[in-house]
Write a protein that binds this ligand. Structure first.
Ligand SMILES: CNc1ncnc2c1ncn2[C@@H]1O[C@H](COP(=O)(O)O)[C@@H](O)[C@H]1O
Length: 290
């Protein structure tokens, strides 16, 4: 049985369980290591993890310590030549953050750019917050060379014209979910070739789309020219590793092995890991036979 969470019961999970379980240096190291191992064992060759910097005062851990603890695990992973997967970190601004907390996330991201932080994300409960207050933080990140990805139009309440116009004014490189979008926003995303990160099982299981897998907007976006990354929203919550997302795409959209390979290659232009990583991935795919 897959766990059942909808968009309303999903967010409290983190504050009620995950944050209480991962509340010291050891548990953060352990869970980061376990996540990397799982993705590597699943056959993933390139991973961008995202997390919201979190202080744990009871353990004397600052937000900087939290980020550095995770980065050390990521660097050890990347430095091990036996690992075929490379991993980078994106720091998230939570929609519940204040403007100054968002600025703090940008400061941390810039400070840790050379240690593996490649981008800035906006995440969190889509029923909360006013995204306009983050304009300054995202503008500063963009100017300083960080890539930008945003959770975008997940539910109707977070897909008003005003909110989507504000989010697009952040000049995002990629957008996640992209569910409740009117034609004019879809046209702009296509015209600007913004990457889309689509999550099949999350959107179906959490009832964020109406209908089931065959109705998912992957069916529309796959026929456009934008970089498209089939993603897992959260393996722990939705019980679906990336290989299962590809299995779902193949089953419900009739993709054969060559089409699956093309799908896996498709997001390369929009990765945040830089030109060296893009070249490594193109080489890997050129050697891969279905
Ligand atoms: C429906 N999909 C989603 N929409 C919006 N935010 C999401 C998300 N999936 C995950 N998160 C964000 O990730 C946080 C947990 O990890 P970190 O504490 O950051 O490491 C959640 O609190 C939520 O804000």
């Amino acid at each position: 049985m897959l766990p059942e969470y909808d968009i309303n019961t999903f967010f409290p999970l983190f504050s009620s369980y995950t944050y209480k379980l991962c509340n010291d240096r050891y548990s953060i190291e352990y869970s980061t290591q376990a996540v990397l191992q799982d993705f590597q064992n699943d056959g993933v060759v390139y991973l961008e993890l995202r997390t919201t910097p979190r202080a744990v005062p009871e353990d004397g851990m600052t937000k900087r310590d939290y980020v550095q603890t995770i980065l050390t695990i990521l660097q050890n992973h990347n430095n091990n030549p036996e690992n075929t997967m490379r991993v980078y970190l994106i720091l998230s601004v939570d929609r519940r953050n204040s403007a100054s907390e968002a600025d703090q996330v940008v400061d941390l991201a810039l400070e840790c750019q050379s240690a593996g932080v490649v981008g800035l994300d906006l995440c969190g409960d889509c029923s909360k917050g006013d995204v306009r207050i983050f304009s300054g933080a995202f503008a500063r990140a963009k100017t300083a060379g960080l890539k930008i990805t945003l959770h975008f139009a997940e539910v109707e309440a977070s897909a008003t014209d005003g909110e989507l116009e504000t989010l697009l004014s952040f000049q995002p490189d990629r957008l996640g979910h992209v569910i409740q979008v009117k034609d004019r926003f879809r046209d702009q995303i296509e015209k600007d070739k913004i990457g889309v990160e689509l999550c099949l099982s999350c959107n179906v299981q959490a009832k964020m789309i109406s209908g089931s897998y065959p109705d998912h907007h992957f069916g529309t976006w796959r026929h456009t020219s934008v970089p498209l990354a089939l993603s897992t929203d959260d393996v722990g919550v939705f019980g679906s590793p990336l290989s299962r997302e590809y299995y779902l795409a193949s089953t419900h959209f009739g993709l054969d092995q060559d089409q699956l390979k093309a799908l896996a290659e498709r997001p390369i232009p929009s990765i945040f890991g830089g030109d060296g990583e893009k070249a490594r991935l193109y080489k890997l795919f050129s050697q891969f036979r279905t």
